[in-house]
Design a protein around this ligand. Structure first.
Ligand code: LLP
Length: 422
């Protein structure tokens, strides 16, 4: 459920009229609903309220500081994957004991900062990384809390570019190696302390079965590790729960996901950690764009809008479907026409929708690209020297710009004339 609805014939974000907002801000822009963010966090966290659970928001989905503040205020922890994300978590005051550090390529500098911040756990993905972390911690006279990300070789049945739990993917350590690696840590790496185990099998997973299969395997592994004498205080089950992008999509509700987990892992009686990203951010944001031109090539209609693949890369990168709504409700009642909605970027892959039945847009019409709160702004770039677009947060009848559109001067001065050195 989200807070983007038609009122008086115009699409609103909470109580803000998007047509009026577009006139003030200029298009394109991302628009978020503060209430939806808070609500989605609560729905997920409440699903586990009778269990010992910590929800660490995967901020890669949307890492704007204003968004992180909303979630931190709700008590969320953070799952980070880089120096920049660590600094964002610190900036909004998330305590170290609620921060997890994931990712296959952590640098020594990132490890050192995370140790200084006293994070809850490093989710380690390889043996070489364990050795480096041991060295970094030892050189600082510290002990690093670690959990190993294990790869269960389970098919998450999602898009191949966001599937992470198969042997062929770069993530985690091989299942068969896990026990040996845990023993190696205990025996050979004194600056590391085993605290848990970790798994993340992919993103936008719309069925419970892949999770169920993976968590069943995990349960066996945890039992073996305990039998081997390791102290496993927590199980990190990652993120990945899917969301509806189209009205007919029906992914599992967090309550059903929680019930399955309770049934599968309840007996283990240990702390559960989750890393949801999309589930919290996806439906809490939209992208508002203006139609520039409409052209017909050989009967094919191209609606050319001012939003490009640099602003929202999901349609072209993952063949992702994003619903497109006219901001003017009456337009949606007109006879639909089959069209491509494309952007100004000089690439054939620059589209928001292909072969989609949509209203007959004309220049100046506004469209809303729905479910763009996750992996939208956070994956944007400035290809074709297009400025990163602004982000606007709405709360009730108020709005605030939470990332401003850079000026062209700011963009051009990032490049510097060569000052040769040798
Ligand atoms: N934990 C780890 C270790 C992850 O790699 C990810 C996402 C998450 C948690 C959060 O997963 P979520 O709950 O959001 O599914 N850019 C792609 C999605 C990439 C996901 C990367 N990792 C997209 O737009 O579909």
């Amino acid at each position: 459920m989200h807070h983007f609805d038609y009122k008086d014939g115009v699409l609103h974000a909470e109580k803000i009229n998007l047509k009026e907002l577009a006139e003030k801000i200029g298009t394109p822009f991302y628009c978020y609903s503060a209430r939806t963010f808070a609500r989605h966090y609560r729905v997920f966290a409440d699903a586990f309220k009778d269990q010992n659970a910590l929800v660490c928001y995967a901020m890669k989905a949307n890492s704007n500081l204003a968004i992180l503040r909303i979630l931190a205020e709700q008590g969320a922890g953070m799952d980070v994957v880089s120096m920049g994300e660590l600094l964002r978590a610190r900036e909004v005051g998330v305590p170290g004991e609620r921060i997890l550090f994931s990712g296959v390529g952590k640098t020594r500098d990132e490890m050192a900062l995370a140790l200084d911040m006293g994070i809850l756990c490093f989710n380690v993905e390889s043996e070489p990384e364990l050795h480096v972390l041991n060295e970094v911690a030892k050189s600082k006279g510290m002990v690093a809390p670690v959990s190993i990300r294990v790869n269960p070789d389970v098919d998450a049945r999602t898009h191949e570019k966001i599937s992470t739990g198969k042997k062929a993917n770069k993530f985690g350590v091989a299942w068969e190696e896990a026990r040996r690696i845990y023993t190696m840590i205990a025996e050979e790496l004194p600056a590391l302390k085993i605290t848990g185990i970790d798994m993340h099998i992919g993103s936008q997973i719309t069925e419970l079965d892949p999770f169920d299969d993976a968590f069943s395997l995990l349960k066996e592994l945890v039992r073996d590790l305990k039998r081997d004498g390791h102290q496993i205080d927590h199980i990190d089950l990652g993120g990945g729960l899917g969301i509806p992008y189209a009205t007919e999509d029906n992914p599992p509700h967090p309550d059903d996901y929680a019930a399955m987990i309770k049934q599968r892992l309840g007996a283990l009686d240990m702390k559960l950690i989750f890393e949801p990203g999309r589930l919290i951010a996806g439906n809490a944001g939209i992208l508002v764009s203006e139609v520039l031109y409409v052209k017909n090539n050989d009967e094919k209609i191209f609606t050319i809008a001012d939003v490009g693949m640099n602003d929202l890369i999901r349609p072209t990168l993952y063949e992702a479907y994003h619903e497109i709504l006219p901001v003017d409700e009456a337009l949606g009642k007109r006879e639909l026409r089959k069209m491509d909605v494309v952007g100004p970027v000089c690439e054939t892959g620059d589209y928001m929708a292909k072969g989609r039945f949509l209203p007959p847009f004309k220049p100046g019409d506004l469209l809303a690209i729905m479910t763009a709160g996750a992996y939208g702004a956070s994956q944007a770039n400035s290809y074709n020297t297009r400025p990163l677009i602004p982000e606007v947060l709405v709360d009730g009848d108020q709005y605030a710009i939470i990332r401003k559109r850079p000026t062209y001067e700011e963009i051009l001065t990032l490049d510097v004339a060569p000052k040769w050195e040798s």
